[in-house]
Design a protein around this ligand. Sequence first.
Ligand code: DQA
Length: 145
Amino acid sequence: MILILNGPNLNRLGKREPEVYGKTTLEELEELCEDWGAELGFSVACRQSNFEGQMVEWIQGASEEGFKAIILNPAALTHYSVAVLDAIRAQPLPVVEVHLSNLHAREEFRRHSVTAAAAKGLISGFGPMSYRMALVYLADLLEGG
Ligand code: DQA
């Protein structure tokens, strides 16, 4: 079971800067992830919050809830949240950080991820496919052991 967490403002996907984030809504993105997970033999649970503390609590509790890995789009928290960084480090599950947009093609302040230092890796710039790539990676990782 894989937990997909989306951070602040991602509930506005589809309407929010579609030239940057595309036209897919959060609901559609979550459905895609559930379908891709099923193809790979996983159940996927998706959650979104605009609150840093809620994101921290979901990350902290994921292992006890029975999840095997986390796919995390921390959204704006990426760029400043030491609390999310520490939450990733304070739990045992592999975390893959994903972004819809290519952080390196955007404003200077988006080019640095505070949170990725604690992740297995970061996939950025492929729209909803960033999540699919993360699922493919985790399928391989979890099958391997
Ligand atoms: C984002 C990139 C962040 O810089 C931004 O704050 C977001 C979305 C992405 O998925 O491209 O909210 O994480």
